[in-house]
Design a protein. Structure first.
Length: 103
């Protein structure tokens, strides 16, 4: 059975709901004020110059399959075509790495 309290007895617990409401309101105000106050600043960036690329030269791959077909980077080529293409790549990039794969 439920006990009946008299009106003059003190409460044992404290109601913290108004305090939590105030904390949430302050949190929302803080979030709004901090996002509103942060704004970008204008920066004068330097223009890009025409400096040589620091990228490593691309490796060329020469593959010969079991039938004797020659491929340069997965494209079939003849021996004369392979020689001319490698010469042109070598003229552009003197340190051109070439990988030879055989089947």
């Amino acid at each position: 059975m439920a006990e009946i309290r008299e009106d003059n007895e003190p409460f044992d617990d404290i109601n913290i709901t108004p305090m939590l409401d105030l904390a949430y309101v302050l949190l929302v105000i803080f979030i709004i004020m901090t996002t509103a106050s942060v704004q970008g600043i204008k920066v004068n960036l330097p223009k890009a110059s025409n400096t040589p690329s620091l990228a490593k030269p691309k490796t060329k791959s020469v593959t010969i399959d079991a039938n004797g077909q020659i491929y340069l980077d997965t494209y079939p080529v003849s021996m004369a075509e392979l020689e001319s293409r490698l010469k042109s790549f070598k003229a552009i990039t003197p340190d051109l790495p070439v990988v030879i794969k055989g089947d």
